[in-house]
Design a protein around this ligand. Structure first.
Ligand SMILES: Cc1cc2nc3c(=O)[nH]c(=O)nc-3n(C[C@H](O)[C@H](O)[C@H](O)COP(=O)(O)O)c2cc1C
Length: 199
């Protein structure tokens, strides 16, 4: 196995995507499912949910986003938005990441001492599951970028794909083949970021 840090470095935001995946569609779903299963969650509550939208379905999703964003976007900014959305639609699929808010609410009831923390932990779990899926895909040579068109698209998506009302959309992982790699990444100075004591 490659060094874990090398795999982490391979996960980047790739925006130039096509629908030519280096592994099969089924393998992509298998990788995402296993990454989400293996991701930790508060009290092992397993609140993350995922929907895979392929082919016509992902095109429908991005068409909905465009339709819903148009009235909310300044006219002069919309061509850019439209270009961006068209690039997402050219990818192979979009993975919608949700959190099950019913589980969060029931944990709040059950463990009132931590009531305020459960929604925060749910957000953290969602981030962990998403980035684990993203990194596991990157390890297989599959490229992704992460988008957040929630809550604009929530209602329309729930209606179209019959998502349960307790599935709260948290992010959209756009997945495809890499046309061009990400640019150089800048890192802030370690001394501003880390403190070490007693080593
Ligand atoms: C919580 C979170 C939210 C993000 N939201 C978006 C987003 O809405 N749109 C987008 O293009 N990138 C989004 N990103 C990607 C970041 O911009 C990106 O990870 C960062 O610039 C570092 O680049 P890298 O992913 O190539 O390492 C998000 C990343 C995180 C962790």
């Amino acid at each position: 196995m490659r060094n874990f840090l090398d795999i982490l470095a391979k996960r980047r935001s790739i925006y130039a995507l096509n629908d030519q995946l280096p592994i099969s569609d089924n393998e992509v779903e298998k990788v995402v499912k296993q990454a989400v299963r293996l991701s930790p969650s508060a009290f092992n509550s397993q609140t993350s949910r995922v929907a895979f939208l392929w082919k016509k379905e992902k095109e429908k999703f991005w068409a909905y986003v465009k339709e819903l964003l148009q009235p909310l976007t300044p006219k002069e900014a919309f061509p850019n938005t439209q270009k961006k959305l068209a690039s997402f639609a050219k990818a192979a699929l979009v993975c919608l990441f949700f959190e099950d808010v019913d589980i969060v609410a029931s944990l709040q009831k059950q463990f009132s001492l931590y009531a305020d923390n459960f929604p925060i932990w749910s957000e953290q779990s969602s981030g962990i599951a998403t980035v684990n899926a993203w990194t596991a895909l990157a390890e297989r040579g599959v490229a992704c970028n992460l988008q957040h068109y929630n809550p604009v698209v929530d209602e329309k998506a729930a209606k179209e794909w019959h998502f349960p009302s307790n599935w709260k959309l948290r992010g959209q992982l756009v997945v495809g083949g890499m046309i061009a790699p990400a640019g150089e990444k800048e890192f802030m100075a370690d001394e501003k970021r880390f403190k070490s004591f007693g080593i």
